[in-house]
Design a protein around this ligand. Structure first.
Ligand code: AMP
Ligand code: MG
Length: 325
């Protein structure tokens, strides 16, 4: 079963090819330089860029996989959530390929993509899982009792975790995306030097909140704390918030296996704290942490294996698409 999948929910164009659950190709064209000058993603520019690179990217992915287009058995694309213009480009492209080739099609939830990217290389892993997704647009905690079944336990009440890394980086005069820059600068800082507090600590439930950290960082900059100390101290409490809530939920629900995915899962401090915890952790390989096509193809492979009905060629893009609510 050879699957080609397209992911265009935001500003990265991703095309992945997966054969029987193995990633043969995963090419991503980043639009970061295009949007950098505006300080954020410009949806219309993102859509146009997806249109202009998709043909070449599909050809490159097929070449990398050593396959012709007519050797693809199944097409998939991200259905949502995301920016509607960018979603429409990838979804329409993939549906058109499926229809033209006479192949079945799966419309995949973006977060399911992240989940299956994190499970890559763990073919024997079976639910139940607890799932933490921390990215630039999402901070969600799910219980996943069975394949394809999700129960939302908590989410951020304001900024996403990655968004907090980006905003704190900006307040320190660092570039976008902020996560890797904060991580780098934090290595030179003292993680106890700046009095950030862990958000939501001691509260009932499993929600997150990160906007207070951004506000606090701006204040600490004005008060003259060293940038490296701010970076290190912010990173410590952001990671403590994610990990503390995850561990509490795991204990409450009796879950031992957890999946941690999304761009923030690349963070080395988060990874080392997870490794030191009692949890059995599935993390995406570093090439699959950010948005990419292979994770969508892997989710489609699982959907196929578990007998999910195919999507129609008329399935629509969904900018707002809840999971497990
Ligand atoms: P995504 O939305 O999944 O594409 O992930 C992008 C987000 O992940 C951005 O907000 C980044 O700042 C964040 N990110 C990427 N690498 C790291 C890192 N090493 N530490 C923390 N956040 C990161
Ligand atoms: Mg994402």
């Amino acid at each position: 079963m050879r699957i080609l999948a397209i992911e265009t929910s935001c500003d990265d164009t991703g095309v992945g090819v997966v054969a029987d659950g193995k990633v043969l190709a995963n090419v991503v064209a980043s639009q970061t330089p295009l949007h950098e000058q505006f300080g954020g993603v410009v949806p219309e520019l993102a859509s146009r860029e997806h249109v202009s690179v998709l043909d070449d990217l599909v050809a490159e992915a097929l070449k990398g996989a050593g396959l012709r287009l007519d050797e693809i058995d199944l097409l998939a694309a991200t259905r949502g959530p995301g920016l509607v213009g960018p979603l429409l480009v990838g979804l329409t492209y993939a549906k058109s390929l499926a229809w033209g080739l006479g192949r079945p099609f799966y419309a995949i939830h973006h977060l399911e993509g992240h989940i299956h990217g994190a499970l890559y290389g763990a073919a024997e892993a079976e639910p139940p899982f607890l799932v933490l997704i921390a990215s630039g647009g999402h901070t969600h905690l799910f219980d996943m009792p069975r394949w394809g079944e999700y129960r939302l336990l908590g989410a951020t009440r304001d900024d996403a975790a990655g968004e907090a890394f980006d905003k704190v980086a900006r307040s320190l005069g660092l570039g976008y995306p902020g996560g890797p820059q904060i991580e780098r600068l934090a290595r030179e800082g003292d993680e106890r030097a700046v009095p950030f507090t862990v958000p939501m600590r001691g509260r009932a439930g499993y929600d997150f909140s990160f906007s207070g950290l951004k506000t606090a960082a701006i204040r600490f900059v004005a008060e003259g704390y060293a940038a490296a100390d701010i970076a290190a101290s912010f990173q410590r409490v952001a990671v403590a918030s994610l990990l503390g809530t995850l561990e509490r939920a795991a204990a409450d629900l009796g879950r031992e296996r957890v999946i941690v995915a999304g761009g923030v899962s690349a963070n080395a401090l988060l990874r080392s704290r997870l490794a030191a915890s009692d949890l059995q952790v599935h993390l995406p390989p570093l090439g699959l942490t950010a948005d990419n096509g292979a994770m969508i193809a892997l989710a489609a492979w699982r959907a196929y294996q578990t007998g999910r009905p195919y999507s129609g060629y008329d399935v629509e893009a969904m900018p707002y698409l809840p999971l497990g609510e």
